[in-house]
Design a protein around this ligand. Structure first.
Ligand SMILES: Cc1cc2nc3c(=O)[nH]c(=O)nc-3n(C[C@H](O)[C@H](O)[C@H](O)COP(=O)(O)O)c2cc1C
Ligand code: SF4
Length: 370
């Protein structure tokens, strides 16, 4: 019988060798110059070597004031293209399509000049409200970032609409209190992310894949839910989205916050809801998909077309080969109660995994200076 997990999948012009997607994971590896360095290159080379069918590079910021972390990659100027081109080449040389995630943190930026749709206090700071010039500039910055990613040799771009970052801040009535054409009813709140999407689509051309990290539910009492995100998904499909990579939860939603949830496949029901709404849209499910049986069940149930692995493949980069039976060793699982990788990035320290073998952890800590 065919193993669906290892069957090829067509994603626009790309053919993925299997249904496993290495999800974007920011690991605080770049230096404060925002360039690709050897840590970043080694990490993504390992992810591409894993045998995953597609590798999505962590959030890469389209303009400095949207940086979610001082040690993040930037794509705001042409001078970043050569470094990003090295990264795309390293991934593609190992046989996996390379996708770059375009990002703007909005109110969650770690910057004094942070901007947002509305003056909603965030971590003790109130962001500056975006005026029309900001709106136009940020849309152009996303478009220019997409063009640079394409020039750098990436096979696709993905817009970061997850986690409660800028695109979601416009979508959610919780963070968008505007009374102009970019706020109010859902049609107004969808306008900015859809304008950004259209600008990106126009910049890269119709045939180039543009995916969307899609927040299906903020998991907060007054946050967006499927009632509003389903119609938004329809609009993205109309606008020419190549795939939706579905997630749920945001910074304001403990204890169900994305990295705290300990349940296997905890975001998969949201992917299933979007897949049901849009059967022809390629959908990626995510969220602690630890066991190959879980991944296979998600695919065979039709809940999603691809399964995304974040911490799971960080903990065990041999996951795909073990799942396929090419390596007859048990998978090293991410410990549900651990969270060290996330704590490290919050502390702006390069992340490692507690499940890596001791020698590897020691080598890594020596390399990054603790
Ligand atoms: C340390 C860390 C960094 C992350 N960085 C990103 C990111 O840059 N972009 C993104 O869309 N999601 C990011 N995520 C979310 C993951 O892509 C994924 O959705 C989440 O971790 C659940 O999948 P998992 O249980 O396989 O890790 C990050 C998660 C963690 C733990
Ligand atoms: S075991 Fe800990 S450090 Fe490793 S991926 Fe899981 S949460 Fe991150």
């Amino acid at each position: 019988m065919t193993d669906l997990l290892f069957s090829p999948f067509r994603l626009g012009p790309l053919t993925l060798a299997n249904r496993i997607v290495c999800l974007p994971m920011y690991l605080a590896y770049p230096d404060p110059d925002h360039e690709v360095n050897s840590l970043v290159l080694d990490y993504y080379s390992e992810m591409a070597d894993s045998g995953a069918g597609m590798v999505v590079v962590e959030n890469v910021c389209v303009e400095p004031c949207g940086l979610g972390n001082p040690r993040s990659l930037l794509i705001s100027e042409d001078r970043f293209i050569p470094g990003l081109a090295r990264l795309a080449r390293a991934i593609k040389a190992r046989g996996a399509p390379a996708v770059l995630q375009l990002h703007h943190a909005g109110r969650h930026a770690k910057r004094p000049d942070r901007i947002a749709p509305s003056a909603v206090e965030t971590w003790g700071v109130t962001p500056r409200v975006m005026d029309q010039a900001d709106i136009d500039r940020v849309a152009s910055a996303f478009a220019a970032g997409a063009r640079r990613a394409k020039d750098a040799g990436f096979d696709a771009v993905e817009l970061h609409g997850g986690m409660g970052y800028l695109l979601t801040q416009f979508l959610s009535a919780r963070t968008n209190l505007r009374h102009d054409g970019y706020g109010g009813e859902l049609a107004g709140r969808m306008r900015f992310p859809l304008e950004v999407f259209a600008a990106v689509r126009a910049a890269v051309g119709g045939g180039f894949p543009v995916g969307y990290r899609f927040l299906a539910d903020e998991c907060v009492p007054d946050g967006i839910t499927l009632d509003e995100t389903r119609p938004f998904a329809l609009e993205l499909a109309r606008a020419g989205a190549t795939y939706l990579s579905v997630m749920a939860g945001c910074y304001d939603s403990p204890p169900q916050y994305v990295v705290d949830d300990r349940r296997e496949a905890f975001m998969a029901p949201f992917a299933a809801a979007i897949k049901e709404e849009l059967p022809a849209m390629p959908v990626i499910a995510a969220g602690r998909i630890q066991r190959p049986e879980t991944a296979r069940a998600i695919l065979s149930d039709g809940a999603a077309d691809m399964v995304g692995l974040g911490r799971i493949i960080f903990a065990d980069p041999l996951w795909p080969k073990k799942a396929r039976g090419q390596i007859a060793e048990p998978i090293t699982e991410c410990t549900p109660t651990c969270n060290l990788c996330f704590k490290r990035i919050i502390a702006q320290k390069p992340a490692y995994c507690t499940r890596w073998p001791k020698e590897r952890r020691e080598r890594f800590l020596e390399r990054v200076g603790g």
